[in-house]
Design a protein around this ligand. Structure first.
Ligand SMILES: Nc1ncnc2c1ncn2[C@@H]1O[C@H](COP(=O)(O)OP(=O)(O)O)[C@@H](O)[C@H]1O
Ligand SMILES: [Mg+2]
Length: 612
């Protein structure tokens, strides 16, 4: 039996023609049950209440809006002797449309008037849905279409989205990266002056933003080693492992000395000052001021020269070797090449990384795939830290959206996994970034593996299909009670479909991202598409760049040992010590010329695996 909707002309948004789909049979807290009217014929999909759709409850002058979270089949004893079944839809009540003074009805979140038993429920019409999702304007951007009715655009408030951090979650291949491209493009269109920094671990985003983006890779980025803080440079020197306590102690003493030496060079015509007190240099091992690797090695060498004990000398010797090997490795050129020839290049580095000024390219895409694997963690740490520190020390004059793909790798929940400094740097942006105009966008396929204190700061979540139970449980725990039972359809979301909730959207919404044109889709430089056009379009430049990467990854280490020629003779009161240093240097030179990196060296073993 079809029910007729009360013909109340003052009702704001319920057209008389809409047929009720059922009636409210129970209300509790922020939920209501609607017993659906049985139909003789099977209704079209568009006329059915299904999970994820919006239902309006006509209650007095307001239309209360609920999202279907569950449909249950309830046995009932309606007709004597005959068991029948009724479908009951459970609704999460999320807001209401009420008539406003100026005729146009308005949507607001939260419920003021609770529905009554017997109120009729309708599937929401386009008109009401449009009231809920608003229209694109200077603050709101169209990021997708409603799943329930693809004619309705979903508009998202850009400021709420960006300034309160967001995350895109979903299993591999469901469309996260493509969704991020859409979101970032919309943000870019609405806020052309906001700069963005995208950490791209698989080199997939290079072409997605056209000439709006600067693409950085180890080939064109400069991240001088002296910008690394102590933990980061140790991580780089020791190839992702940590050194012994003695080694760390030595480094923590000599790095400030090298910094002081550099300062003195600059101010006093390259005068090499011998006696320095590490406590009085004014610099810590963390201060981002330039120093020279030559000075670092000279200080180490000088100290080594004074030692009697052979095993202590070996520690210094190994440390010097380690630093020299790294510095001469062409794959580490981004850290060491010309790192301080031009003096203090920190302003240039920051301008390059964070687009200051933007010069028409407000986005930086930081491609990580070409970096030596051992140093990626510390590189990401340096980048996160600098993004935050620049915001902090500049008082947020130039807002930046820092977007991190594969965030679970850099901010893992397990404190023993990953690299502590990166997690801390991301966590700082998450907790305090907003104060300094540094905003976070995280992307991950393993939300349960990401540090919960970081992801909990993301106020807008875009959840795509997630099949893992723990990940689903995590999302459930992260959302408010009202939205919690809306998550049941997360494992069944289709391609491009996304469930969005939080501060950026008016209501928790099941929507679909638009189709991204082929040319803008993220793709890895080496993907598994067997129909790749790569072979046909491979030109000589591309071929040369392939060969360059290939060769530099497997290059032999050049023996550019310049320290002796550049430095004055080490301070030496003991001839004996001097000669030990000479012997060590000779040893070092020989080993650089002849040996491949030792098994425990920090260098990547990029050649063919050795067959034993
Ligand atoms: N919005 C979209 N428009 C067009 N194709 C898409 C879209 N989202 C996903 N795809 C398709 O799905 C594939 C995987 O999407 P991707 O964004 O790389 O997923 P993820 O980052 O979650 O692994 C893409 O290569 C593309 O073919
Ligand atoms: Mg991806």
């Amino acid at each position: 039996m079809a029910l007729t909707v009360p013909q109340d002309t003052t009702a704001p948004a319920a057209p008389a023609a809409l047929e009720a789909i059922g009636r409210v049979t129970s209300v509790s807290g922020a939920e209501a049950n609607v017993t659906l009217t049985q139909r003789d014929s099977r209704p079209d999909d568009s006329e059915q209440a299904t999970v994820g759709k919006f239902v309006g409850i006509l209650s007095g002058r307001a239309v209360i809006i609920g999202l279907v979270s569950e449909i249950n089949d309830m046995p009932s004893q309606a007709v004597e002797g005959e068991r029948t079944h009724r479908s009951v839809a459970r609704l999460a009540l999320i807001g209401e449309i009420s008539p406003s003074e100026e005729q146009s009805a308005q949507f607001k979140r939260g419920i003021e008037n609770y529905p009554m038993i017997g109120d009729s429920a309708i599937l929401m019409s386009e008109r009401e849905l449009r009231i809920v999702y608003g229209a694109a304007d200077s603050d709101r951007a169209h990021i997708g279409d409603l799943q329930q009715n693809t004619d309705i655009g979903v508009h998202i408030n850009i400021d709420d989205l960006v300034s309160r951090h967001f995350a895109v979650l979903g299993s591999t291949g469901v469309g996260k990266s493509s969704g991020v491209v859409i979101i970032l493009q919309k943000i870019l269109a609405a806020r052309p002056n906001l700069r963005m920094f995208l950490v791209d671990p698989h080199n997939e985003f290079g072409h997605c933003f056209g000439d709006k983006a600067q693409v950085l890779s180890p080939r064109n980025v400069r991240l001088p080693f002296w910008l690394f803080n102590f933990e980061e440079i140790v991580d780089a020197f020791f190839g992702g492992r940590t050194g012994s306590d003695e080694e760390l102690e030595i480094l923590s003493e000599v790095i400030p000395l090298a910094k002081a030496a550099y300062l003195q060079y600059r101010s006093a015509e390259r005068q090499y000052v011998k006696k320095r007190d590490p406590k009085n240099t004014g610099f810590t091992a963390d201060t981002p001021v330039p120093y020279r690797i030559e000075d670092l090695i000279a200080v180490l060498d000088e100290r080594m020269g004074k030692l009697e004990n052979l095993s202590s000398r070996m520690i210094y010797h190994k440390l010097i070797m380690r630093i020299q090997t790294l510095r001469n490795n062409p794959r580490y050129a981004f850290m060491f090449e010309n790192a301080n020839l031009g003096g203090d290049i920190m302003p240039d580095v920051l301008s390059q990384l964070f687009r200051l000024p933007a010069n028409g390219k407000p986005i930086t895409i930081m491609q990580l795939a070409g970096f030596p694997a051992e140093v990626i963690d510390s590189v990401v740490s340096v980048l996160c830290r600098m993004a935050f520190d620049f915001g902090l020390w500049s008082d947020g004059v130039a807002p930046l959206l820092f977007v991190c793909e594969e965030a679970h790798r850099y901010a893992p929940a397990d404190t023993k996994a990953g690299f502590g400094p990166t997690r801390r740097a991301l966590s700082r942006i998450a907790r305090e970034g907003r104060k300094y105009g540094v905003y976070l966008g995280l992307i991950t396929q393993r939300p349960c593996e990401i540090d919960p204190t970081i992801i909990s700061q993301c106020s807008t979540l875009f959840v795509m299909r997630l099949s893992n139970d723990r990940d689903q449980a995590f999302i459930r725990a992260a959302v408010s009670d009202a939205a919690e039972n809306l998550l049941s359809f997360i494992p069944t979301l289709g391609p491009r479909e996304v469930f969005t909730f939080g501060s950026g959207t008016a209501v928790p919404t099941r929507m679909r991202f638009p189709e991204l044109p082929l040319a803008m889709r993220p793709r890895s430089e080496a993907n598994s598409n067997t129909r790749s056009e790569g072979g046909a379009t491979m030109n000589r430049d591309l071929m040369m760049s392939v060969i360059e990467r290939w060769r530099s990854a497997t290059a032999n280490y050049t023996e550019k040992v310049e320290i002796e020629t550049q430095l004055p003779a080490p301070a030496s009161n003991a001839r004996e010590a001097q000669s030990v240093a000479d012997v060590n240097r000779a040893l070092l030179r020989r080993s650089l010329q002849t040996n491949p990196p030792a098994a425990n060296s920090p260098l990547p073993q990029t050649g063919h695996p050795r067959i034993r």
